[in-house]
Design a protein around this ligand. Sequence first.
Ligand SMILES: [Mn+2]
Length: 141
Amino acid sequence: MPTPSMEDYIEQIYILIDEKGYARVSDIAEALAVHPSSVTKMVQKLDKDEYLIYEKYRGLILTPKGKKIGKRLVYRHELLEQFMRIIGVDEDKVYNDVEGIEHHLSWNAIDRIGDLVQFFEENKERVESLRGIQKQNEEQQ
Ligand SMILES: [Mn+2]
């Protein structure tokens, strides 16, 4: 299993390739706000662990294993953002909160959160009813 830091890289590389067709070391460094030399180091490790293939002057491509996990990591991030919005977290906190928790939940918890999101998505009255409780609680504070 990749470490949290490896997960951040794989997730970002997957997004870059999905959006631009390629992922350069400089783009990855910018997206993750890290030094390019850290990216090179991590990319070499990811290559060694067979998540991607890195050729110095030709860029990098994800292996099937890297693609599969990248896709899951992006799904997990998006699901958790959806979850945060459903439970009513302030929009300006959603992204950072997801970044803070995404690596620390089991896939079991992710699947159950998926059920919960589905439960609310299937019937918007459920969201309204949750908002009612939230309003009550905020008024009591
Ligand atoms: Mn993320």
